[in-house]
Design a protein around this ligand. Structure first.
Ligand SMILES: [Zn+2]
Length: 168
C-alpha cells in the first residue's frame, strides 16, 4: 500500500534529498541517482537538499547496523524501509555481495530506493523495471528477476508509474 506525503510536500512536486552517501563506492552515486530518477518523467522530482535536517529524504549507506536520529528518536539496526518511511532511506542490498555490484547495479538500487521514498512500500514492488523486488546481474547490466530487459537504461513497469502518479 502506498503512503502519500503530507500535502505541503506534495504541493511542491519535489522531494529534497540529503546526500549522506559518504562511504565506499557509493560516494559518487548521489548526482547520477537523482538525475536518473528525474529522467523517469514522474510527477515528482528530486533535488539535492542543502542540509540533512530540512531534507525530506536522506540517502545513506549502511553495512550491518544503522543508527539514525529523527525527531528526537534514535532509530537503529533497522533496514525496514516501511518503518522509516518518509524520514530516511537506507540503501539495502539484502543477501547480495555488494562488492560484486557494478556501478550500473548500484544506480538501479539507488533509484529503486528513491522510488520507495516517493511513498511506495515493499508490497508495491513490480515484476519488472527498476522497482522490481529483485534485481540481478546479467553480464555488465542488470535485469529484474525472471525478466529479460537489461538495465540501464532504467525503466519502470507501468504499474509503478501509475502508483507514483496516483500519489503525486
Ligand atoms: Zn524495494
Amino acid at each position: 500500500m502506498t503512503i502519500p506525503w503530507e500535502s505541503n510536500v506534495k504541493a511542491t512536486g519535489t522531494l529534497t534529498v540529503y546526500d549522506g552517501l559518504k562511504s565506499g563506492r557509493w560516494v559518487h552515486l548521489f548526482k547520477s541517482a537523482l538525475q536518473l530518477f528525474n529522467g523517469l518523467r514522474l510527477p515528482v522530482k528530486m533535488t539535492a537538499a542543502t542540509d540533512g535536517q530540512s531534507a525530506n529524504v536522506s540517502m545513506r549507506v549502511s553495512v550491518g547496523t544503522a543508527s539514525y536520529d529523527y525527531g528526537g528518536t534514535t532509530y537503529s539496526s533497522s533496514f525496514d524501509p516501511k518503518r522509516l518511511h518518509g524520514y530516511t532511506m537506507l540503501l539495502h542490498v539484502e543477501g547480495r555481495p555488494l562488492e560484486k555490484a557494478n556501478l550500473d547495479m548500484m544506480k538501479v538500487i539507488a533509484v529503486h530506493e528513491l522510488i520507495h521514498a516517493c511513498g511506495l512500500e515493499n508490497s508495491d514492488h513490480a515484476d519488472d523495471g527498476v522497482f522490481a523486488k529483485n534485481i540481478t546481474p546479467q553480464g555488465a547490466k542488470v535485469v529484474a528477476w525472471g525478466q529479460t530487459t537489461p538495465m540501464p537504461p532504467l525503466f519502470l513497469a507501468p504499474g509503478t508509474t501509475t502508483k507514483i502518479a496516483n500519489l503525486w
